[in-house]
Design a protein around this ligand. Structure first.
Ligand code: CDP
Ligand code: MG
Length: 730
């Protein structure tokens, strides 16, 4: 290898052999579920959390909320839900346990593992539900879901009646949705406690003193129920919630991988904290001697260096990168290098894992590597705490992650930024799960010292429109007064309220309108729901759903670095002079007409994975629209400007006008915006444009851009932009 990275304080690398444990994990799909569960039992019982099983159950029985803190890999996510199941916290067909995850990948892969451990087919007793994908049944007792999905369930079921316990996992990540859930769950708990009290007093003979419900475990009560059925009491009716017969308290378990548990405890009225001891082997940390100009290049070189200088039996390599694009770049570099490894060096197998990756490929990271092969797992921070990948002994930490931000004036940003010290420690810890390991930080020790201790919770830096609509739909009258664990700025909340008002989801008094309630049914940013709503009147619902689904993925085209020209030429075939929205629609129509298969996608440089996701989203949205009484077959045929005009009903904020100097200036923030180079309108001049997103990277880029007529903008938001109808804009 010609180039090398110099790590400071490099020590000779540990050569202790470690077996690739994945082979023992039983990921095969044998139909003999029970035998499989039996086989996994010793593994379950060897986990650090097993010794705390009784204490955990005891605490959860006696407290409405418990905070559990434990090192990643100690068994929190896979075991605690099973302990609850085994201890009778659910009743089949009646109540279930929800376990929330910030990420889809974690929800699905953990559900799969837990189903194996329980010994049941996935989707039966153990299942998962994520946006646009449901693998569960009414008999599911353990449901893994994303935090966003549970939030949506609250809209349909404000007391979360079907759940006896909600486990909020990965709470330390403080995602926007986890934070909102924390507040909502606290409210629901209070309501459920009140209702449960009502039930208890209805069942109590009048002369008997009432038991203190806090000392009665929910599970104990269920066991009693099983033996002696409850007296056939008259239905208990509550003024607010109607028939609440049999509804019991809601237990909440907040789980975190970092030690900052006191804040969760304080938030939930001094809930007890359980610390689960982890099992952590020493990890030697190395820093680079000098700052690295290109962390992708450095990650690639470091992986090769580790691979060629240590025996592959010394464990697999886990590389933390910022996002899908990074991962695909390093994967390509590694595939090239892997093809020309010196003789005698084992093979190198890059395995990417990130949220948008399809299940089958995600599962590969858990599969054992073929013989004489070492896996290099390329991950986003998904592998930091939410997934434990067996067999890792070497961690390469790029020191960066992608951070979503929002500024009302400018729009969204998605920037690659340095991680926090807390993240760096978590990443390092991944190397020491099974034996002593090594962590290679692609930054200097001085740079590490400069990192912030923790990341800022998402709620303090994100667009809040969708969650404010959800809060409103869930009956929170004044989101400014909501019991946030960390309060977002008034400015951000006010912006969200104004945005919802402009979209007509809220009325003059700030109350939810009928349209607003309708929009809240969609698992989409409110602007898209508004477009779909507008499409009914314009007779283009089919196209509106298609385009909204198409916009749900990052990239429809696949642009290999070495075939940029061919890829661009292929894209030309779909290009619409009106811009990206119709270009995407052309692509979808061509794909459908050709019954697009793998070869078709390859030939047209279409990202097959993403287009399949589009089809799923389209199907789910269509079903939802049908349920809401819409005719999803109504099409505007070839007059596609109709659907473009519809988009302005939701995207009048995202418009820019052409200036005399040839630049575009945004209507709502007077910022200069640049059409993204990947857009079909790049370099084109048209009086006005609208865009799906404004993203700040090195400058303000409009993504997914189409041409608009200023008159459409004026008609879509007459109060805001009516002047465009009369003034001559150029
Ligand atoms: O949640 P926490 O980080 O505490 O641990 P966990 O996710 O419950 O993982 C416990 C154990 O299960 C780890 O040793 C994992 O390696 C194993 N596991 C697995 O082998 N396959 C999975 N798909 C998930 C977990
Ligand atoms: Mg976990």
């Amino acid at each position: 290898m010609a180039r090398k990275i110099q790590f400071a304080d490099s020590e000779p690398l540990n050569e202790a052999g470690v077996q690739n444990k994945a082979s023992k994990n039983g990921n095969s799909t044998t139909p003999d579920y029970r035998a499989q569960a039996q086989r996994l039992r010793p593994q379950r019982e060897a986990l650090p959390i097993f010794t705390a099983r009784d204490a955990i159950i005891d605490h959860i029985s006696n407290h409405p909320t418990v905070v559990v803190v434990g090192e990643t890999g100690s068994g929190k996510t896979t075991q605690i839900p099973q302990y609850l199941l085994e201890s009778g916290f659910t009743t089949r067909g009646q109540t279930a346990i929800a376990v929330t995850q910030p990420r889809r990948v974690a929800a699905t892969s953990i559900a799969k593992r837990v189903a194996e451990e329980v010994g049941t087919p996935l989707g039966g007793r153990v299942g998962y539900t994520i946006r646009f994908e449901d693998c569960s049944s009414p008999l599911t007792q353990l449901r893994f879901c994303t935090d966003g999905l549970l939030l949506r369930e609250i809209l349909a079921d404000p007391l979360l009646r079907r759940y006896s316990v909600v486990v909020l996992d990965e709470a330390h990540e403080r995602t926007l949705r986890t934070d909102i859930l924390l507040g909502m769950l606290k409210d629901i708990q209070r309501e459920r406690a009140r209702v449960a009290e009502l039930n208890r007093s209805a069942q109590q003979p009048p002369d008997e003193p009432q038991a203190d419900h806090r000392s009665r475990g929910t599970h104990v009560k269920f066991e009693e129920d099983a033996e002696q059925p409850a007296p056939a009491a008259a239905a208990v009716t509550d003024a607010v919630h109607g028939d609440v017969t049999g509804l019991d308290d809601l237990r909440v378990i907040v789980m975190s991988a970092t030690l900052d548990a006191e804040r969760f405890s304080a938030y939930f009225d001094s809930a007890p904290i359980l610390y689960v001891a982890g099992r952590q082997f020493p990890v030697t940390t190395y820093y680079t001697a000098t700052p690295q100009a290109d962390y992708l290049d450095a990650a690639h070189l470091a992986a090769l260096q580790i691979h060629t200088e240590t025996p592959s039996a010394s464990g697999d390599i886990l590389v933390f990168l910022a996002g899908q694009e990074d991962i695909e770049n390093v994967e390509r570099l590694l595939i090239d290098s892997a093809a020309s490894l010196p003789a005698g060096v084992p093979a190198l197998l890059p395995c990417p894992i990130f949220a948008a990756l399809p299940q089958a490929q995600q599962a590969r990271v858990f599969d054992p590597a073929p013989e004489f092969t070492r896996k290099v797992i390329l991950a986003t921070n998904i592998a930091e705490t939410s997934l434990t990948i067996p067999g890792i002994r070497h961690v390469i930490d790029s020191g960066v992650h992608k951070v979503r931000g929002f500024d009302p004036r400018v729009g969204e940003s998605l920037l690659v930024e340095p991680i926090s010290k807390s993240s760096a420690r978590q990443r390092t810890g991944r190397a020491g799960r099974e034996a002593a390991g090594h962590s290679y930080r692609l930054y200097t020790e001085a740079d590490y010292a400069q990192l912030p201790e923790d990341s800022v919770p998402e709620i303090k830096r994100c667009q809040l429109t969708m969650v404010v609509l959800q809060l409103k739909a869930a009956g929170v009258r004044d989101p400014m007064q909501f019991d946030f664990m960390d309060r977002p700025s008034r400015k951000a909340l006010r912006h969200a309220l104004l945005e919802l008002y402009a979209l007509e989801a809220l009325d003059d008094r700030g109350e939810l309108t009928e349209l607003g309630r309708w929009m809240s049914e969609f698992p989409l940013e409110p602007s898209y729901a508004k477009v779909i709503h507008a499409s009914a009147a314009s007779g283009c619902t089919r196209e509106a759903i298609d385009i909204v689904a198409l916009l749900s993925v990052d990239s429809l085209f696949y642009v290999p670095a070495d075939k940029r020209d061919e890829s661009n030429a292929a894209q030309m075939a779909f290009r619409s002079s009106d811009g990206d929205h119709l270009t995407f629609l052309n692509l979808l129509r061509a794909f459908t007409k050709a019954h697009g298969d793998k070869d078709w996608c390859q030939e047209h440089f279409v990202n097959r994975r993403n287009i399949k996701h589009v089809l799923d989203v389209r199907q789910q949205l269509s079903r939802l629209c049908v349920r809401l009484g819409m005719n999803v077959e109504r099409s505007c045929g070839s007059d596609l400007t109709v659907v473009l005009r519809c988009f302005l009903a939701g995207f009048f904020h995202n418009c820019a006008l052409l200036q005399p100097d040839g630049s575009y200036r945004s209507l709502n923030g007077s910022q200069t915006v640049h059409i993204h180079p990947g857009s079909s309108l790049f370099g084109k001049k048209t009086p006005a444009i609208f865009y799906d997103q404004l993203v700040f990277t090195n400058k303000l880029h409009a993504r997914a851009v189409s041409a608009a007529d200023p008159l459409w903008i004026a008609n879509a938001a007459p109060k805001l932009y009516g002047r465009l109808a009369s003034s001559q804009v150029h």
